[in-house]
Design a protein around this ligand. Structure first.
Ligand SMILES: [Fe+2]
Length: 519
């Protein structure tokens, strides 16, 4: 049996058995966002016992007693010791970080011939160097490097974007535990939401461009000088903060398209985008609006790397990894005190959502692989409920007021609701809603919506529920957000679903044909 492991933040283990891929994200097992399997200079050290129980659980589940090849990157000596305490491993085979990104995205895409762009903070190569922005041509089994933009610090859009989020006071930071640095990657997504409330500041645009082009403390000092403010922790607030966030987003897009324009990609070409920066849906949408055929996998960040490594060695393409994560890890037996359980059909669920306007969790099959809940570990609700965004942020999700919510609709409903929409299976795009459908709960300040499209083949039950709501005279579009406890990753246990139901204004959840609610 061959497996692959990516060990730094967004750790995952991937394997293929009986013709099926399985990809397990460690954070879902550890129930800690960005939990790591490996040691790294700027990350919390791994919890050895937890790492061992993760490996043991998976190897027991799949009846694996020996690993021949373990494909890895950023995998250091100490971590090989941990896994070898659990199972014999013959070989550890390393791979370049960005090649793994490119392989992962291409091998999940529907394309046989395309460009692949991989960009992030940075990632290690086997020879000890680093890369941050790479471009590839993929054709059949061949994935060939076209550009590796160096020095990597001058092309690290991820590090520049994330690097100044500390100054934005509205963004709640993860609190470092004593002598343990905690990865702050989640701030990037929050920055993207906050930026939409501001306008880029003309006077600091050149210095911000310089910061993106060189990314040193010297550039930051010049930026601070022109801006007239030190960018210390939580230094900015209110409109000043939103405008600064908007300038960071402006520079991110400016830099991306300055690099992209040098590539000579022909109009209408197929373009796969990967790396953590592919979570920037504004760039993805712009590429799509320019007429490119764009594919962004659901796991473009580092959680998809293990698949990229393993699938390269196996040679698979057109793999659908969307729902290949953990099954629910516990059971509802016995039913916790204070909760009831009722059998429900899709028609009942449509009624709960549309007629009764309930805010409900929806747990279905295997977990999504990637940061977006796509209908298997989701909270769903009808988007017209008054003050829904505020209620969800304050009473269910306990997160910043400005955080926008995504939506899910059937693929054929896209022209009805959107001015410029097309297929968006993994919430990787943010088309503009038609004026008559700008429900406040799912409409960003720029009138866009991060949308997931579903077909009956992709998710038969969710598709059916949306169709039933449509048939009842409602709108076939639902707010869709991740089902998790505050500050935790997407949940993997019913115990966490019950805790959310007990401690928040969530009004129930569906699992395995049953509806659970408070008695
Ligand atoms: Fe990466």
């Amino acid at each position: 049996m061959d497996i692959s492991i990516y060990g730094f933040h967004d750790s995952s283990l991937c394997l293929k058995q009986d013709g099926e891929y399985f990809i397990y994200e460690f954070e879902r097992f550890a129930n800690e966002r960005y939990a790591v399997l490996t040691s790294h200079w700027n990350s919390a050290a791994p919890d050895r016992e937890l790492v061992k129980s993760f490996y043991s659980y998976i190897f027991r589940l799949h009846k694996i007693s020996k690993v021949t090849n373990c494909y890895t990157n950023q995998f250091y000596h100490i971590d090989q010791e941990i896994i070898r305490e659990v199972i014999p491993v013959e070989n550890f085979v390393p791979m370049d970080h960005h090649f793994a990104h490119a392989s992962s995205a291409y091998r999940q895409s529907p394309f046989d011939d395309c460009w692949v762009i991989s960009y992030d903070g940075d990632g290690d190569n086997v020879d000890g160097s680093k890369s941050s922005f790479t471009v590839w041509r993929a054709e059949g089994e061949q994935i060939s490097l076209v550009h590796d933009f160096q020095p990597y610090t001058s092309y690290s859009l991820g590090n520049c974007y994330l690097g100044l989020t500390g100054a934005l006071s509205t963004i709640k930071k993860r609190k470092a535990q004593k002598d343990r640095y905690l990865y702050q990657g989640g701030n990037s997504g929050k920055l993207m939401g906050l930026a939409s409330y501001g306008t880029p500041i003309e006077s600091i645009k050149p210095a911000m461009m310089d910061f993106y082009d060189n990314g040193t403390l010297q550039q930051q000092a010049e930026l601070e000088r022109l801006y007239g403010k030190q960018l210390t922790t939580d230094a900015l607030s209110g409109q000043e903060e939103y405008d600064f966030a908007a300038t960071l987003q402006w520079a991110f897009e400016d830099k991306f398209f300055r690099v992209f324009d040098t590539l000579g990609v022909a109009p209408g070409s197929r373009v796969v985008v990967s790396g953590g920066c592919a979570l920037n849906i504004l760039v993805n949408q712009r590429l799509q609006d320019m007429g490119f055929q764009v594919y962004v996998p659901p796991n473009s960040a580092d959680c998809g790397l293990s698949f990229g490594m393993l699938a390269h060695h196996i040679g698979d393409r057109h793999v659908d990894l969307t729902y290949r994560g953990f099954e629910i890890l516990d059971s509802d037996d016995p039913l916790p005190e204070g909760f009831s359980k009722t059998a429900v059909s899709n028609s009942d669920i449509a009624e709960l959502l549309y007629t009764k306007k309930k805010i409900i969790g929806y747990i279905h099959g295997r977990a999504e692989c990637g940061p977006r809940a796509l209908g298997n570990r989701s909270i769903l609700c009808y988007p017209t409920i008054p003050h829904l965004k505020e209620r969800l942020n304050a009473e269910v999700k306990f997160r910043e007021w400005f955080r926008p919510f995504g939506a899910v609709t059937r693929l054929e409903s896209v022209p009805k609701y959107f001015l410029n929409g097309s297929e968006s299976r993994y919430m990787s795009f943010c088309p503009t809603l038609r004026p008559e459908y700008r429900f406040p709960s799912i409409t960003h300040v720029d009138n866009t919506c991060r949308v997931q499209t579903v077909t009956s083949a992709q998710h038969p039950d969710l598709y059916d529920i949306l169709s039933r709501i449509d048939g009842m005279g409602g709108e076939g579009i639902l707010l869709n957000t991740s089902f998790n406890i505050k500050g935790k990753p997407i949940l993997s246990k019913l115990a966490d679903a019950f805790e959310t139901l007990r401690d928040t204004k969530l009004e129930g959840f569906v699992y395995n044909g049953n509806f659970y609610e408070r008695c």
